[in-house]
Ligand binder design. Structure first.
Ligand code: FES
Length: 299
């Protein structure tokens, strides 16, 4: 087993993490529910829907970068170069401020995911970050009280935890695919191909159609037939099992809303638009091809 798999397996074996994850996710859910109509706009902003990319990985560079500077300057101060002490303290403070935004974006991205392995890894990631932030807070206090040796020691301890936590963040993103694009993007049909008999498509009911490996969701509204890729770009939820709402299709898993017209993600957590297809009816068959006028369909 590769090293990364060993660590994954170790975390998966920690049953005590799951109830902690449930409590954390429940607290985030309750906080968002209390926000009422502001819930979706806040969530969309913190998920990065507005920039077409998950926000959390960009935000975490602030505390990680700042605390890396702290560690480097602490080493210099420890080697007798006391002129680096103010820089170490300033970068530590910047890291503390950045940790707050990293926490809210990370929790927002993670809380809808209910797979046990994602919950446990996310909880471990969050607990390490919280502990590291507390250590950095104590480090800052020690420095301000003139106890610079203890301040540096606490900082190094915090940095070790931050690096361990960053590894788990990578695990969530690259092994468990949080934040990755789960919609099909390659090998989409450039020419019209038949996918379903027109007679088999009911009015206003999302319907699954398949051609080769490509799964589509079709929606007939009057003379118009809409076609989107079936696998939700957020985490692969089956859009054909979703519901229609104001010209959009709502994913049954975490509620992302995609415009039928062009696949645009009106609401997250999906940060990527859904592949969208042109349709026509020929010889009683619904045919689709990629709508290359849409940016998300360009390969
Ligand atoms: S899979 Fe999460 S919103 Fe669709």
């Amino acid at each position: 087993m590769a090293d990364g798999k060993v660590i994954s397996a170790q975390i998966d074996a920690q049953e005590w993490l799951e109830p902690i994850a449930d409590k954390m996710q429940g607290a985030v859910q309750a906080a968002y529910d209390a926000a009422g109509p502001a819930k979706k706009p806040i969530e969309n902003a913190l998920n990065g829907v507005w920039m077409g990319h998950v926000l959390h990985p960009a935000v975490v560079t602030v505390p990680i970068g700042a605390w890396t500077v702290t560690a480097a300057l602490d080493l210099l101060e420890g080697a007798g170069k006391s002129e680096y002490a103010p820089g170490a303290d300033a970068s530590l403070a910047v890291g503390l401020a950045g940790a707050a935004s990293a926490a809210v974006t990370g929790l927002t991205q993670w809380y809808p995911h209910k797979e046990a392995s994602v919950k446990k890894t996310g909880a471990a990631h969050a607990l390490l970050n919280i502990t590291a932030t507390v250590l950095y807070g104590a480090s800052y206090a020690a420095r301000k009280q003139g106890n610079r040796g203890a301040g540096r020691a606490l900082g190094f301890l915090g940095y070790g935890l931050v690096m361990t936590s960053a590894y788990l963040g990578g695990e969530l993103a690259h092994e468990k695919n949080l934040g990755a694009d789960h919609a099909p993007r390659r090998g989409l049909p450039a020419e019209f191909i038949p996918v379903l008999s027109a007679a088999a498509l009911p009015e206003n009911a999302p319907t699954l159609a398949q051609t080769g490996d490509l799964k589509l969701v079709l929606v007939k509204q009057g003379a118009r037939i809409h076609a989107l890729a079936n696998s939700c770009s957020h985490h692969g939820g089956p859009l054909s099992e979703g519901r229609l709402e104001n010209g959009c299709l709502v994913c049954p898993w975490h509620g992302s809303r995609f415009r039928l017209e062009d696949g645009h993600n009106e609401d997250g957590p999906a940060t990527f638009a859904q592949p969208c297809f042109e349709t026509r009816v020929k010889n009683g068959q619904i045919e689709v091809r990629t709508n290359t006028a849409l940016p998300q369909n360009r390969q």
